[in-house]
Write a protein that binds this ligand. Structure first.
Ligand code: ASP
Length: 313
């Protein structure tokens, strides 16, 4: 068994072998999830608590489904109605839950680093479901599985991540993962939406979509993350769409069989043209959602195996 981690906090801590182990196991769950009877018992007897301090549709739903399909007892904490609102700190809330003996804690938090901090205070497995602009590891893993299935490999591809890179944990986790698997990475977006340390990433940077998309295999679009912006990063949404929105004309620069991805939620007519998002010959956006459940099942199974081994020792 090669996967030895206690938590899944970021792609930063994973090796290419770890990534391969999660994706290979996830493939078996893609098959299971397509059956009428989707039940497995690999998490049977274990308790999973989902704590989302930030809104989520896809990620929370898929972690919940993943846990239920694997037979865990799953509890979703309604964080908006929790004691956090009464002034309790994140750590006190975590310690309170920890005393109830959960086995898996799935956490999303608006502050970068908050999930790592929490993982140091509890003794169960912690999965990062997105922390600030830092990491969103299961998103990068589900993107990797989607790419591997569509392209038949996960190395030596030319991959463009486009839009609001600076505020995106999805971009950061994907740059790390796809870089570790030896792909050629390009970041495309306005200079105001590029992270200041971009030169350290070992990627090519473009502020022109037509140039940046030339001959790429994968086009990954990102949402403008206004909740993390504190000023005017773009002139207007109309101008942004004109220069950076993915439309048929810009996509024509990519390879003929290039796939289009988006982590959601999508803003049609801002970063992507609705017709492209719905084009089943190019867009793999729905496959991404499907892969999300499978990847989260795989990640939880691997962490649960390590947890059971640790408790038995
Ligand atoms: N759903 C992704 C995230 O939580 C992307 C986004 O919100 O734009 O980071």
């Amino acid at each position: 068994m090669s996967f030895t981690h206690r938590h899944l906090l970021g792609i930063e801590h994973l090796s290419p072998v770890d990534i391969g182990a999660i994706l290979d196991l996830a493939e078996t769950y893609v098959d299971l999830n397509r059956r009428t009877d989707k039940r497995s018992d690999v998490l049977s007897g274990l308790t999973q608590i989902n704590m989302f301090f930030e809104n989520s549709t896809r990620t929370q739903a898929s972690f919940e489904l993943a846990g239920k399909r694997l037979g865990a007892d799953v509890m979703n904490m309604a964080m908006q109605a929790s004691s956090i609102k009464k002034g309790e700190t994140l750590i006190d809330t975590a310690l309170t839950l920890n005393a109830m003996h959960p086995d898996l804690l799935v956490v999303r938090h608006p502050h970068s680093g908050a999930v790592d901090l929490l993982a140091q205070k509890v003794n169960c497995a912690v999965l990062n479901a997105g922390d600030g602009r830092h990491e969103h590891p299961t998103q990068a893993l589900l993107d990797a599985l989607t790419i591997r299935r569509a392209k038949g490999r996960l190395h030596r591809l030319s991959i463009a991540i486009c839009g609001d890179i600076a505020h995106s944990r999805v971009a950061r986790s994907n740059i790390l993962l796809l870089g570790k698997m030896e792909n050629r990475m390009r970041l495309i977006g306005p200079p105001t939406l590029m992270p200041s340390q971009v030169a350290e990433f070992g990627v090519e940077v473009f502020d022109d979509m037509e140039k940046g998309l030339q001959d790429v295999d994968v086009v990954m679009m990102l949402r403008l993350q206004r909740e993390r912006m504190d000023g005017g990063f773009i002139p207007s949404e109309r101008e942004y769409y004109h220069r950076y929105g993915l439309d048929a004309e810009k996509l024509a620069r990519a390879k003929d069989d290039a796939i289009v991805m988006h982590p959601g939620p999508m803003n049609r007519g801002v970063e992507i043209d609705g017709t492209i998002a719905d084009d089943i010959n190019r867009s793999v956006i729905q496959e991404q959602v499907e892969m999300g459940v499978a990847v989260r099942m795989a990640a939880m199974e691997l962490l649960a195996r390590n947890r059971r081994a640790e408790l038995a020792a």
